[in-house]
Design a protein around this ligand. Sequence first.
Ligand code: SAM
Ligand code: DTB
Ligand code: SF4
Length: 334
Amino acid sequence: MNLDSLTISETQNNSSSITGKSDDSVYWSVAEIQSLLDTPFNDLIYRAQCIHRQHHDANGVQLSTLISVKTGGCPEDCGYCPQAARYHTGVDNQDMLSLEEVVSAAAAAKANGASRFCMGAAWRGPKQRDMDKMTEMVRAVKSLGMETCATLGLLKPGQAQQLGDAGLDYYNHNLDTAPEFYEEIITTRQYQDRLNTLQQVRNAGINVCCGGIVGMGETRLSRAGLIAQLANLNPYPESVPINHLVQVQGTPLYGTAALDPLEFVRTIAAARITMPKAMVRLSAGRQEMSDAVQALCFLAGANSIFYGDKLLTTGNPESDRDRALLDKLGLHTL
Ligand code: SAM
Ligand code: DTB
Ligand code: SF4
């Protein structure tokens, strides 16, 4: 793959076996990933767990706390998103938070046990005056000794470097779904726009945090297509958030038929198998998930969760419930 510009990965098959793919830059066809997803559940989870143990602390989970630094009023049309101005979801718009508000939230998250702090903004992309404030925030959160992540939308040339210079460890920008399903979900930005932003993040030496959303009415083939796109980025992302759609009234995707939770677990397993060294993050949607399903996600190779009572605008399990879950499973924090 051309390292200078990422393009949508092709979907042709190749001859390598789906077993024994240990090389980091190996190509995964959609068909191979679909056959992984089709594997008997026990075999799939066993394989994912073996790979997980080769590369990660088997009982470690990283706690990451999210903050919305600018909420609502977004011009984009992402069909899942409560923050798009065009949908009537009851989200209150909120201008950019002050540096003090963000730093005190980060300090509280750290005191509560989080090691990572992710700042999200409801923008198509940041303007220069936003960048001045964002870089201050990144610098301040980093100086608390936390891992920093930001998700601000599409980046223009030079912006990734500014964030990197301020100490940003990861930039989150999701591909969200497979290319062929994408235009049913978002029309105001193209798949290639997202790949271009990811390339700028790479070029600036910032770790890539890139994943997607499951449960948007996609087929298993489209879930395979999303994982293939992620796994075929060269190199694959260091961090892969797998979100379960949080259905919000007023968004076009509200009322989508519920996905069998075991399909979500299978998707986590496929991410772990195809991206062995990545942090695989069990992201949005945990509030609606039983402890048993979450335990299966950890078994399938997830090793990070969002921690704190809120995601950006929607709910997340209470910290007490999460601590009880980690205790029950004998998991420790990273
Ligand atoms: N505005 C920026 C952007 O879209 O790149 C950053 C913030 S945006 C809220 C970050 C990601 O959150 C989206 O790409 C999507 O994957 C996820 N997300 C948003 N709404 C969601 C929902 N209702 N359920 C699950 N994931 C969601
Ligand atoms: C990601 O992949 N999931 C997080 C984070 N990156 C920014 C966001 C989830 C948002 C869920 C909907 C909300 O709370 O607004
Ligand atoms: Fe805006 Fe991001 Fe929501 Fe899309 S996902 S509508 S870009 S805030």
